[in-house]
Design a protein around this ligand. Structure first.
Ligand code: ADP
Ligand code: MG
Length: 321
């Protein structure tokens, strides 16, 4: 199977490619996109590298899902509506079983969010998956990292830490019974990007970010860009029953520095509390208030006894860990 057969067979979907913003999709030198009047483009790229972002044990369907999910999560964090994406693939070989599974997982998630594959690039090489997503938001309404203000409440969606717990399990540092392992493994391999919540928070949240590298590190980016500090309550951080049954130190690590959660962290004025709850309920996404923004710089964490934590786990950094 050659490069062009591969693209035609696995990544071209007749009748599904064009429409909406995609005027011309796969098959020419460029895709042609037409923005919706009054909207701005939001564009983000994320690359997945074997051994670093995923393990060789992951099923191809799940890899296809996750590659797109982590990109959709960036659109969600900015409150964007997903429109089109581009897929660059380096493949060691044209393995049909792998490609069929990968495409199945990828397009299943793409169809849920109405995003169209509009082009890409395919080459031989060590397995590497790079996706660029394009979304839209009304002019000036994108959620950014720089709007958090003292007195704002800090919210997170869903539950934190299960993906990290699964990673610790794969690393042989934690033992879990089969059924519990399956649940945290699902969190790691099949994250559900909070696209509906992100859009519902437009005009409501003062800042937002998605959690890819751990709560402390990712919230730290918001604090820096906004020129503020924050206090978090450890006891308030939402966690699964599986994580809640683990030793306290492991829970802290997974909750504060977990990574791979793909939940949203956002801030909103305290006066908007009821509106935030209503917006989240309207898209059936659980949200929890976990702290507040302070004028004082720095990030403080109160433990279960109301004492400030002195030592905090590090977030993920590709060039440090
Ligand atoms: P070029 O030679 O101009 O780089 P290619 O031959 O790489 O173009 O690609 C041919 C067409 O197939 C282009 O429209 C490109 O966007 C599309 N394409 C290539 N690889 C992929 C892929 N993995 N997924 C989707 N579309 C792809
Ligand atoms: Mg090319």
């Amino acid at each position: 199977m050659g490069e062009f057969d591969l693209i035609a067979r696995f990544f071209t979907r007749p009748g599904r490619g064009e429409g909406g913003v995609v005027v011309q999709g796969i098959g020419d030198d460029c895709a042609v996109l037409g923005p919706t009047p009054g909207m701005q483009w939001l564009v983000s790229t994320d690359m997945l590298v074997e051994g670093r972002h995923f393990l060789s044990t992951v099923a191809p369907e799940r890899l296809g899902h996750k590659a797109l999910a982590v990109n959709l999560s960036d659109l969600a964090a900015c409150g964007a509506t997903p429109r089109a994406f581009f897929l660059s693939l380096a493949l060691p070989r044209a393995d049909e079983t792998f490609l069929a599974g990968f495409a199945e997982g990828l397009f299943a998630l793409a169809d849920v969010h109405g995003i169209v594959l509009a082009g890409g690039d395919t080459t031989a090489g060590p397995l590497n998956i790079s996706i660029t997503v394009m979304g839209e938001a009304p002019r000036g309404q994108a959620l950014l990292r720089d709007g958090a203000r003292p007195g704002d409440q800090i919210w997170v969606s869903g539950r934190l830490g299960d993906a990290r717990l699964a990673l610790e399990m794969f690393r042989g540092r934690v033992a879990l019974p089969g059924e519990q392992f399956q649940r945290v493994r699902d969190a790691m391999e099949c994250p559900q990007p909070r696209v509906a919540l992100g859009q519902a928070l437009r005009g409501l949240a003062s800042s937002a970010i998605d959690l890819s590298d751990g709560l402390l590190g990712d919230l730290g980016h918001v604090l820096k860009r906004s020129g503020v500090g924050a206090t978090l309550a450890l006891a308030a951080l939402p966690r699964s029953e599986v994580l809640a049954a683990q030793p306290a130190a492991l829970q802290r690590l997974c909750l504060l520095a977990g990574g791979d959660d793909y939940e949203l962290v956002f801030t909103a004025p305290a006066a908007e509390q009821a509106a935030v709850r209503a917006a989240a309920a309207a898209c059936a996404t659980p949200v929890t208030c976990v702290g507040c923004i302070d004028a004082q710089a720095g990030l403080r964490v109160l433990d279960e006894a109301g004492q400030f934590l002195s030592a905090m786990p590090d977030g993920f950094d590709h060039f440090k860990s």
